[in-house]
Design a binder for this molecule. Structure first.
Ligand SMILES: Nc1ncnc2c1ncn2[C@@H]1O[C@H](COP(=O)(O)OP(=O)(O)O)[C@@H](O)[C@H]1O
Ligand SMILES: [Mg+2]
Length: 490
């Protein structure tokens, strides 16, 4: 979305001060010139903004330009006034979903027109276009709107009103947008969570929500967030990565891809392990795509992110408690319920707690070929995480019994990492082989070996097979799948 002034002038923007911000002051930052934040919607793709800025600074200001500047400032002031008045005077329920409802939209536009008539400074002929621009800016997500619309941006992080980071192609950069103040950040949060029947305030200062397009939002405010309200948005990918994309990115090799496809088809139980943002969900989605079309799949998630292309899929999503603290349906309850739904495969978005026990039991009792993810940094680490999660189920099981349960349930661990250069790699494909005494035995089948980093900070390394033929190879053969003879490096 471009700024109001740009629309008024009907020309591409050249300064950073208007786009995507209701800021009354200029949003120019004296930040580093190599900053690549900002969206292509600024009308000048590939333009070096700092260079433009410098040129403008050195040019003498003509009277015409000064007048233009004054007009621009005035418009911005009017825009701010009207936005404030709308928020104060309009019922929040009217603002919700107004873009979808013609009636609501009409009512709000009437209101904006009334206000524009009261304000001096917008000539009658321009009122309609100003009204239109305001409507969209007020109903969109303010300064975040251009970032949300930029398909290259995968994540948006608001640390403070003046510090908004984005992730673009795996790299974090400071974005070229700012909020006026904490209050404006809070308004955006309220706007995101209100339609979902949730609220954010001092008594419930944390909230998870979803945007209408499926993007996931977490917001946390003072007193928990010390620097002010903070927002993190994981954008919903309209076109999720496929296995070929991951191979192209170097996340794994063709051979590794062939191997994990064989494992899914041969109904191995697989856990994708990794840190936050390491690409677990993306990999889980790719693994799920290998499930044959004639199998019934039930997915269970906290926030529906998986996008399966198969027909026979039932999608379940947990529900947080409502404002009165009632009605919560946790993942665990859904996992149990899905066992009564005659699934051929169970796909659980992420195990975090007691549901791990139900998941392991399902894996051990005929629902083989189930898939899930968990938060851990190494294959060994995910085993102890699972152990802890099972304990969280409150069943008071002896550790040895839990380990046996894990060892017989989980066949394969796919360990994923986000490396320093922003790339995502599958660093281990590890087979769970069984128990030796009290210890679960693991065997790496493929690993990523890092050799170092090049002068641009890019990680250098290679994926390799370890030379070990997995025990599950028999099962793969039995299910009629043939892999290249040398795939395991022997
Ligand atoms: N293999 C990959 N290569 C590059 N980017 C990836 C890869 N996998 C995921 N991503 C990106 O990383 C971000 C986090 O991915 P996601 O799968 O949601 O991670 P997690 O579930 O581990 O938190 C997303 O923006 C996604 O597009
Ligand atoms: Mg995830």
């Amino acid at each position: 979305m471009s700024g109001l002034y740009q629309r008024l002038q009907n020309k591409p923007e050249t300064g950073p001060s208007t786009r995507g911000s209701f800021g009354s002051g200029p949003t120019t930052r004296s930040g580093s010139p190599d900053r690549t934040g900002g969206s292509p919607s600024n009308g000048t793709p590939g333009h070096d903004r700092s260079a433009v800025r410098n040129v403008t600074v050195h040019k003498p200001v003509s009277p015409a330009e000064a007048a233009k500047q004054a007009k621009e400032d005035q418009h911005r002031a009017i825009k701010n006034t009207i936005q404030l008045r709308l928020i104060n005077e309009l019922d929040a329920s009217l603002l919700q979903g107004a873009e979808a409802s013609e009636e609501k939209a009409f009512e709000i536009k009437q209101k904006i027109m009334d206000m524009l008539r009261e304000e001096e400074g917008v000539p009658p002929l321009e009122r309609e276009s100003v009204c239109e621009a305001l409507f969209h800016e007020i109903l969109g997500f303010g300064p975040l709107q251009p970032l949300l619309e930029d398909p290259e941006i995968s994540e948006i992080m608001v640390n403070s009103p003046t510090q908004v980071y984005v992730e673009k192609k795996g790299k974090l950069t400071l974005a070229d947008v700012q909020f006026n103040d904490d209050k404006q950040v809070l308004q955006i949060i309220e706007k995101i969570v209100a339609p979902l029947g949730r609220r954010i305030d001092e008594s419930s200062p944390m909230v998870d929500a979803r945007l209408p397009d499926g993007s996931r939002v977490n917001a946390i405010i003072p007193p928990l967030a010390l620097k002010g309200p903070s927002i993190t948005i994981r954008k919903f990918s309209k076109d999720p990565f496929k296995i070929d994309d991951l191979v192209k990115f170097g996340t794994l090799t063709k051979n590794m891809a062939m191997f994990i496809e064989a494992c899914v088809r041969a109904r191995l139980n697989i856990v994708v392990s990794g840190g936050t943002g390491s690409g677990k969900t993306t990999t889980l989605n790719v693994l799920s795509s290998f499930i044959p079309e004639d199998e019934r799949i039930v997915t269970v998630e906290d926030a529906a992110e998986l996008q399966l292309r198969q027909d026979h899929v039932v999608t379940l999503e947990s529900r947080p408690a409502n404002i009165e603290g009632k009605g919560e349906v946790p993942i665990r309850q859904l996992v149990r319920n899905c066992l009564r739904m005659r699934p051929d495969r169970i796909v659980v978005g992420e195990v975090r707690g007691g549901e791990a026990l139900d998941m392991l039991q399902a894996m051990n009792t005929g629902h083989d070929g189930s898939l899930t993810t968990g938060h851990a940094n190494t294959p060994r680490d995910i085993l102890s995480r699972l152990e802890t999660m099972v304990l969280m189920a409150g069943m008071d099981l002896p550790v040895r019994a839990i380990r046996e349960q894990i060892a017989s349930a989980v066949d394969l661990i796919v360990q994923q990492s986000r490396l320093k250069d922003g790339s995502r790699k599958i660093t281990h494909i590890t087979e769970v082989q069984g128990m030796e005494g009290d210890v679960i035995t693991l065997q790496d089948i493929f690993i990523f070996e890092q050799h170092g980093v090049d002068e641009n900070g890019k990680v250098i390394g290679e994926h390799k097979p370890t030379g070990i033929r997995p025990k599950a190879y028999e099962r793969i053969l039995y299910s009629g799948i043939r892999l290249p003879d040398d795939i395991f490096g022997n």
